[in-house]
Design a protein around this ligand. Sequence first.
Ligand SMILES: C[S@@+](CC[C@H](N)C(=O)[O-])C[C@H]1O[C@@H](n2cnc3c(N)ncnc32)[C@H](O)[C@@H]1O
Length: 261
Amino acid sequence: MHLDVLNGVTADFESARRLKVVFQQGWNHPDRVKGWVGGALHAEFHDPGCRQAWKDALSEAAGTTPSDRALDLGTGPGTISSMWAELGFRTTAIDFAPNMLEAGQRLAAERGLTLEFIEGDAEDPPVGERRFGVISTRFVLYTLPHPGYAIRRWVQLLEPGGKLVLIGHDRDQGQASGSTEVRAPRKHGWQVGEDYRAALDRLPFMDHKASDLQVVMEAAGMSEIRKLAVTGLDEARERLREDQPEVPVGSTTPYIVVGRK
Ligand SMILES: C[S@@+](CC[C@H](N)C(=O)[O-])C[C@H]1O[C@@H](n2cnc3c(N)ncnc32)[C@H](O)[C@@H]1O
């Protein structure tokens, strides 16, 4: 983790803007959206058993919330936001890649869910004066040029007593735990461009760990900070592997870091 995370500036303003454009174009690429929705880090969310394990973990993380308003940032195809909606939250989902939002809208319609999808920047969510009982994000902090700033901004958007739910995964030893990126070029599907690969090396949270999130949450004034597991997911994944061997089931272990405002 770079040292300037708490004050949160990767680079000068213009460089940070350029980084965002590179990432926005990368995530909006139709092949990448398709690859993400069907890929190993998302495929389990199409399975009712895995979804249930995730929803149980999200419920535990949220606990009692001051209101039923949820905000999910960098929502992609609505991965976490759709589960807040299934849990009964009035849910807003934000992403800066329109093609990701389109996939999220399609999947929500297939599930009969009503969510509000907004195109916008996770570092400065365009939600006006609205405040939320729970705010979440999965696999997004690593991609932000100003993650420390973003977390403090999200805390401002919580109601008093609201919960911040940050989700990542523990990968093989020695690998980053909050990111989904592979620095080498991919053989199949969406090709990582040189500008994108170079941008990865400039991100303060590229290689962050759950413990780094706890530090930043504490610095942002949160209390009752804890790390949770997604209990029951291993069994659900095993059943999915047996029932549908063709589905690329993920093997990394997710974690949820939650704090209370
Ligand atoms: C690794 S994907 C994760 C998607 C989703 N959270 C999930 O768990 O499946 C990262 C997502 O964050 C979005 N994203 C990255 N930086 C963002 C930013 N500054 N503002 C809004 N969305 C952003 C990308 O467009 C992409 O959809």
